[in-house]
Write a protein that binds this ligand. Structure first.
Ligand code: DQA
Length: 141
């Protein structure tokens, strides 16, 4: 089964949005490097981005039967989505939470994560490399 790599709101704006915080890598660049790294590891990938909470909940529900693990950058939903927390809990899969930026170094409202309660591993501040780290972690696991 593939690993679902899920990306939350505004991550489609990567490369344009606050490059001093998020870098100049686009989500397409990330998708390319995730796919080629996954191939090297012999892992399948399903990659998606949505600005809509319900679409992410639908994908997480589908993951329960269709995925082996979830890598998720929930973006702003990290900090307030109980629906995503609950969906991850119900999925009963290994979850790796990633953030491009070190959220703990930023505004107070980014310090709380509802997703971390359901995440086995949390990676923050490694930029796009965090996605590669997440795959390596799951491959080793
Ligand atoms: C983010 C951090 C979140 O606080 C923010 O809302 C994002 C991106 C990150 O990857 O650093 O949209 O998840």
């Amino acid at each position: 089964k593939p690993i679902f790599v899920l990306n939350g709101p505004n991550l489609n704006m990567l490369g344009v949005r606050k490059p001093e915080v998020y870098g100049t890598t686009t989500l397409r660049d990330i998708e390319h490097s995730v796919r080629s790294h996954a191939e090297k590891l012999g892992l399948g990938i399903e990659f998606m981005q949505s600005n809509h909470e319900g679409d992410l909940v639908d994908a997480i529900q589908r993951a329960r039967s269709e995925a082996s693990a979830i890598v998720i950058n929930p973006a702003a939903f990290t900090h307030y989505s109980i629906a995503i927390h609950d969906a991850l809990e119900a999925a009963e899969l290994p979850v790796v939470e990633i953030h491009l930026s070190n959220v703990h170094q930023r505004e107070e409202f980014r310090h709380r994560s509802f997703v971390s309660l359901q995440a086995e591993t949390v990676i923050a501040g490694a930029g796009a490399f965090g996605y590669i780290m997440a795959l390596d972690y799951l491959a080793q696991r």
